[in-house]
Design a protein around this ligand. Sequence first.
Ligand SMILES: Cc1ncc(COP(=O)(O)O)c(C=O)c1O
Length: 358
Amino acid sequence: MRAHNFGAGPCALPLDVLEEVAAELTDFNGTGMSLLELSHRSKDYEAVHMGTIETLRRVAAVPDGFDILFIQGGATMQFAMVPINLLAPSERAGVIVSGSWGKKALSDGSKHGHLVAAWDGVATGYTTMPAADELGIDADWRYLHVTTNETIGGIRMVDFPETDVPLVADMSSDYLARPIEWDRYDLVYGGVQKNLAPAGMAVVFVRKSVAASPANDAANYLRYDFHANSSSLGNTPPMFPIYVMGKVLERLEERGGVAALEERSAAKAGAVYEVIDDSDGFYRSPVDPAVRSQMNVVFRLPTEELEANFVATAAENNLIGLKGHRSVGGCRASLYAALEMDSVEALVSFMEEFRAGH
Ligand SMILES: Cc1ncc(COP(=O)(O)O)c(C=O)c1O
């Protein structure tokens, strides 16, 4: 029996993709080898690699002026690579600290360049996003870093800052679940292990002119131009996530692409928020309703004991991964791309039954 997987990442992948991968696992494309064993320089792998890039370019409507890079080290590596490549020693950049991940982008990135908090949501416990008039943006900043969805706090950026400063976005937890306004960005990145693929890399979209002129020298792997320039691959890429992602993206495209995923995500999250809002305070969403995440629905129950009971009983009912992040407690239902409506319906019924029983 497949679990209803509400994990925050890694998380559910489409069943038909997993089955196709399983069928191809010991003999990929008649090579007599698994894709896991192929040379990354082989024709068979090259077709997979280029195919995934092409599909991604189509699905995310990525303009020609952007390179698409697959880089190991997850989103965490990008906290450092962004300032290394974009921020010269004489320059400054801003970071919106909207939660745990914005905070990490600031603290980790500050080891490699002069970053300034454009806003910090600490006063409200990272339960909301900044209003336009709360932001302190300096027109001289090289870029402004935003986190489009705070995975732990369960909030999303709905209104993006009005500024001419180029944006850099961490979209790890709502990747391709919303359109990207390309002309506002110099760079968009995210780990793939939520909406797109198994763990093992980040997808980085970087403006070609930006990749071509790094602000600092660094080891090859840390430079976007190393990844972008290689007419052949710069080094051995994370082949397995790239291969699986290609299949996930094909399914996504068949089902209507980003616009349809955005709609499905809103419907799934809406169903869970409705149970919360209709529960007479038994379930409580701690975040500003205007910026509720569509990917990570965070909620509390009246006591921590009840929360522990809820998570354990849910698991007995095959609803897995509902515990909130260890730093904030409570409960969290992550509703990534491959989690289908039937799983959400199972959760909704369980939440109603659990409330009735307590
Ligand atoms: C918004 C966000 N940024 C960054 C990260 C870190 O990603 P990784 O584990 O790929 O380094 C995560 C992980 O959950 C995340 O949700």
